[in-house]
Design a protein around this ligand. Structure first.
Ligand SMILES: CC(C)(COP(=O)(O)OP(=O)(O)OC[C@H]1O[C@@H](n2cnc3c(N)ncnc32)[C@H](O)[C@@H]1OP(=O)(O)O)[C@@H](O)C(=O)NCCC(=O)NCCS
Length: 278
């Protein structure tokens, strides 16, 4: 099984899974009926926050007609990624115990239904393989803001470093031996900043430059993001998590997640950095 599914506040695992309707590019939720049980049998209960990441073709939930209308006329690959991330968001809402509802748009950012907040991301497919989609959804009474992002780490090559990373980050990357961790660190550095943007921009309406943020990735699956820009209500230092899909699955793909609790602290998902979903 390919995918990642996780999280909540407690560390208590369950195996319930949320049943969803299969993803169908032109289908809608209303047109589909419930199908097979959720094959991702790994989850954590006591949830304030649910995260799903899957290959686009494996997303089982459809989209609402109001969502489909937002990308009417767009290229098929755009409609697929848009539908897939929203399908995962619907599954996440259901897992949180909230009825799935359309995720519309406020400019480019998602507009979340009453009672929840969240973030979406996608990574286009490579080498003839399917792309990936991700959604993180939290209960609005516990979670103030969320950022999630997916990147192919290998794409964040050295030629991009000066644009994406400040001097301290570049020095740290250059000091690493060339290899997997250096590549992954660059991928996490970029993805964490994109996730941060998705968290703070809807809350503040502000802009921050890539060089304003300093990301320090750790091999234990955590990262720290410090931001020099003034962003009202956003702590200057946040703790986040990065993950990779199950071993053997898209080893180059990295997911970064940041969540801010209503009391202004980092909400740290207590899931492993990389795990297999049965
Ligand atoms: C907006 C941005 C972060 C999207 O990232 P991306 O890698 O291009 O695209 P992804 O597939 O990961 O994410 C796209 C999703 O982000 C979400 N998104 C777009 N703009 C957003 C915003 N202002 N706030 C929150 N979420 C936003 C949308 O849900 C979108 O998916 P959808 O159109 O299907 O609903 C990116 O295009 C961008 O503008 N980056 C520059 C800003 C930045 O990162 N500054 C550095 C901060 S330190």
């Amino acid at each position: 099984m390919n995918g990642m599914e996780c999280l909540g506040k407690s560390g208590e695992h369950d195996s319930t899974g949320g049943a969803g309707t299969p993803y169908e590019p032109n289908g809608t939720r209303a047109a589909r009926s419930e199908s097979s049980p959720h094959p991702c049998g790994h989850g954590v209960s006591g949830r304030a926050l649910v995260v799903f990441c899957r290959r686009i073709g494996e997303v089982r939930s459809g989209w609402f007609p109001e969502e489909a209308a937002l990308v009417e006329g767009a290229a098929e690959c755009r409609r697929r990624e848009f539908a897939a991330a929203r399908g995962l968001a619907h599954e996440a809402m259901e897992k949180l115990g909230v009825a799935a509802a359309p995720v519309l748009r406020s400019e480019r950012a998602p507009r979340w239904p009453e009672g929840v907040t969240g973030a979406l991301g996608h990574a286009s497919g490579r080498k003839g393989q399917d792309g990936w989609a991700a959604a993180a959804v939290g209960r609005a009474d516990a979670v103030r803001g969320i950022g999630i992002d997916l990147e192919w780490a290998g794409r964040v090559g050295e030629r991009l470093w000066s644009r994406l990373f400040n001097e301290a980050e570049r020095r740290a990357l250059e000091a690493m031996p060339e290899g997997e961790w250096q590549t992954l660190s660059a991928g996490i550095g970029f993805s964490a900043k994109e996730a941060f943007y998705k968290l703070f921009q809807p809350l503040t309406g502000r802009w921050a430059d890539f060089h304003d943020a300093t990301v320090t990735a750790r091999q234990d699956g955590g990262f720290t993001l410090e931001c020099a820009a003034e962003l009202p209500g956003i702590p200057s230092r946040l703790e986040g998590r990065w993950m990779r899909p199950a071993p053997g699955e898209a080893p180059d793909l990295v997911l970064c997640l940041l969540a801010l609790s209503v009391d202004g602290t980092s909400l740290l998902p207590d899931f492993p950095a990389s795990f297999s979903v049965p």
